[in-house]
Design a protein around this ligand. Structure first.
Ligand code: SAM
Length: 225
């Protein structure tokens, strides 16, 4: 691991083999839209459409990063009705930015933690969401994180996952493999080769389906607890 990355790693991030982003925190909100070709806003709209939120829902955002989606979902929730959202990430610098951007009164909290051992008891949440997190962890952690999402959701509820997936177009394939080569990230290759889907199959979720494909290499999945 390059020493600059190790040096900037927060204590929570040091506890995982996932690719955590403390070192990228100041730049993340500038770079993320470029890396997904501006899909971020549309992604948020699709997630909201498929989450079926009600104001009283308790929601978990796994690998929330700087919390753009977390805050957006928080706008649909009402603390006085018991609703709220928790964004969990291992990179404490990312969470510092998430907190600094979260307006007072929005029912959002940001908590340092690991997706593979979530700091919540069984059946805590009505909904879970995770966007662009699963290509940051290798297969073993993909399955552990899914088990943790399942454990902390109430029976009959659902999770929405958006991530790099098996490409559906030639352009999508070029984009996905270019991302893999740029970042030299085996976890991206796993997703391109269908291993995120294998992790869904291996997870305790009752069922899962791919809902929609985007830019030829990203998929929105729905998982039923
Ligand atoms: C590409 S970012 C996605 C952030 C946000 N969900 C979004 O859509 O912009 C992936 C995030 O996963 C976090 N991460 C990596 N491994 C993790 C782990 N084991 N537990 C929790 N978060 C982790 C990173 O720190 C990073 O913030």
């Amino acid at each position: 691991m390059p020493s600059i990355i190790a040096h900037n790693m927060s204590d929570t991030a040091a506890g995982t083999t996932g690719r955590t982003l403390d070192y990228a925190a100041p730049l993340y909100d500038w770079l993320a839209p470029i890396m997904v070709f501006g899909f971020e806003q549309r992604c948020a709209r699709h997630v909201i459409e498929h989450l079926d939120l009600s104001p009283s829902h308790r929601v978990l955002d796994v690998g929330c990063g700087t919390g753009s989606l977390t805050r957006r979902l928080g706008q649909s929730l009402d603390a006085s009705a018991g609703g709220g959202i928790v964004g969990v990430d291992a990179a404490e610098r990312m969470l510092d930015i998430a907190r600094s951007k979260s307006p007072a009164g929005l029912p959002c909290r940001f908590v340092a933690g690991l997706a593979e051992s979530l700091p919540y008891s069984d059946c805590t949440f009505d909904r879970a969401v995770s966007t662009f997190f699963f290509h940051h962890v290798e297969f073993n952690l993909k399955t552990k994180a899914l088990s943790e999402m399942w454990r902390t959701l109430i029976p009959g509820s659902k999770a929405i996952v958006v991530d790099v997936d098996v490409p559906t177009t030639l352009l999508g394939s070029c984009s996905a493999w270019a991302g893999y080569r740029l970042f030299r990230q085996e976890e991206i290759r796993e997703n391109i080769e269908g291993r995120l889907r294998e992790a869904f199959d291996a997870s305790p979720f009752q069922s899962w389906r791919s809902v929609s494909h985007h830019s030829g290499y990203m998929t929105l999945f729905e998982l039923i607890r």
